[in-house]
Write a protein that binds this ligand. Structure first.
Ligand code: C2O
Ligand code: CU
Ligand code: CU
Length: 501
């Protein structure tokens, strides 16, 4: 994007923010300097150079403190920490146990999990939300259950039988989730099945994708008015906390990649140079069968995929250009050029390919839905219709999030058809707590397209102008959230409550 365009678009966002910001929007929390990059001396797109080309880091693992079989016990503390992102430069990030991304938690289906969480952030409430995991509502770290600064609480749940998947965890406090995540708080949680259908010999490789925007002093830059409109995108993409790292592997090695989009708002259209992927899993775990020959995968914020890739030669993982329609007053300044994320170096003695089984899992379609609910994303009213997006008007069914209001109800065990319509000018990733769902079809421009294969999802992109339908069944009672996973949108009200009884 040209710099001139960017300033033009940012100026408009500031205007929109000034006239559209209601008492519910975080505008009041921002100084006027934050609102206008021109006067704050904080130009966007200028994160200074970070160290790159280091070996891809293995994620630190959360140790299991329990000696009892079938029990996982661990401790997570969130607190500010200093991390060196360039030689001699210390950046203050917010981290779980001092690590960005946070420690990898690994447990197995059937396990009892107990995580003691201490909030050592200076002045904000926090929670840990177990994104996508089928945990009781009381243990899900939603905005109704904040943990005060200095306080500790224990999250406790049992992992159900069929819950093996690649999940993630992040804070979910009311209104400040976006800030806690862009300052570094996110980690991954892998639930293993009792017996893994994938053959040994695959190199299990979690890749946590995040982004960062720093100021000239290497500190986290605050959000701009534009960020509150379209969602914050950092300038530097990170993989497992490193910028453009290098994965060195044996020629021909077959990797089981677990890809996590843990950014606030960046759409990642992922592709490897010179090699296709075999898709084996989505948000809610394995597919029924591998899908070979996949050349690219779009991961919206919050989404995950598992893909098997064989690296016969060197390759590069790239985030290709994607137009998410973030149009503000007719100026589209947000389509980024393709960027390298990770370099793969095939080196040493060649290894034989790993042959995948033809079936991975029994995955039955949910039975026919007995009820229907419709959710319309949006800025409401004429301003929203004209501009695609305005501040203070991020809603679902015309209402801004209110933690004390119930917006929708479901019955435990009932299969429902949910329809999510996006008449706004930009894409929104729709996420539901408490369970996984099965996307049925997408409608756009008068054309209905059934999804080509069955998959468990907890987050689905609803492109601008598109309507998505999915079948869903909640199996635990309680109050759940559904929301846009562009975290600035969620925090400004694009979220609702579902009471399951
Ligand atoms: Cu990943 Cu309600 O969030
Ligand atoms: Cu969630
Ligand atoms: Cu959104």
């Amino acid at each position: 994007m040209k710099r001139r365009d960017f300033i033009g678009a940012t100026g408009s966002a500031t205007l929109l923010a000034a006239c559209g910001g209601g008492s519910d929007s975080p505008v009041g929390m921002m100084s006027s300097g934050d609102m206008n990059p021109g006067t704050s001396g904080l130009p966007l797109g200028t994160t200074p150079a970070l160290t790159e080309g280091q070996p891809l880091r293995a994620l630190p693992r959360l140790a299991n403190g329990s000696a009892t079989a079938g029990v996982f016990e661990g401790t997570l503390v969130c607190a500010p920490t200093e991390i060196e992102l360039a030689p001699g430069r210390r950046t203050t990030l917010w981290a779980y146990n001092g690590a960005v991304p946070g420690p990898l938690i690994e447990a197995s289906v059937g396990d009892r999990v107990r995580i003691a969480f201490t909030n050592q952030l200076p002045a904000q409430e926090s929670t840990i939300h177990w994104h996508g995991m089928p945990v009781p509502a009381s243990e899900d770290g939603n905005p109704l259950d904040p943990v005060a600064p200095g306080a500790t609480r224990v999250y406790e749940f049992t992992l159900p039988k069929d819950s093996a998947a690649s999940y993630w965890y992040h804070p979910h406090p009311h209104r400040v989730t976006h800030e806690q995540v862009f300052r570094g708080l996110a980690g991954v949680f892998i639930v293993h099945p009792a017996v893994d259908p994938l053959p040994p010999g695959l190199v299990d490789t979690p890749l946590v994708l995040t982004d960062l925007r720093l100021d000239a002093g290497y500190q986290i830059a605050p959000n701009t008015g534009m960020d509150y409109v379209v969602g914050r995108e950092g300038d530097a993409l990170l993989v497992n906390g490193g910028h453009r790292p290098v994965l060195t592997t044996a020629p021909g090695a077959t990797h089981r990649l677990r890809l996590f989009n843990a950014t606030n708002a960046r759409y990642l259209r992922l592709a490897f140079d010179g090699t296709a992927m075999t898709l084996i899993g989505t948000d809610g775990g394995l597919l029924a069968a591998p899908i070979a020959g996949v050349t690219e995968v779009l991961l919206a914020p919050g989404e995950r995929v598992e893909a098997v890739v064989r690296f016969a030669a060197d390759s590069v993982l790239r985030a290709l250009a994607y137009d998410r329609g973030s149009m503000v007053m007719g100026m589209n300044g947000m389509v980024r050029a393709s960027e390298a994320l990770l370099t793969v170096r095939a080196q040493g003695a060649a290894v034989a390919p790993v042959v995948l089984p033809t079936t991975l899992r029994t995955l039955a379609a949910l039975p026919a839905a007995g009820s229907f609910q419709r959710f319309v994303l949006g800025p409401s009213g004429m301003m929203g219709g004209m501009m695609g997006m305005t501040m203070g008007a991020l809603t679902i069914n015309g209402r801004s999030f209110d933690p004390l209001r119930i917006d929708a109800t479901s019955r435990v065990g009932a299969v429902e058809l949910w329809e999510v319509a996006n008449p706004t000018g930009m894409d929104h990733p729709f996420h539901l707590h408490g369970t996984q769902f099965q996307v049925v079809e997408r409608m756009s421009g008068g054309v209905t397209t059934p999804v080509p294969w069955l998959a468990w999802k907890d987050t689905v992109n609803v492109a601008h102008g598109e309507t998505v339908r999915f079948k869903v069944r909640q199996s635990l009672p309680g109050v759940r959230m559904y929301h846009c996973h562009i975290l600035e949108h969620e925090d400004q009200g694009m979220m609702g409550t579902l009471s399951v009884s």
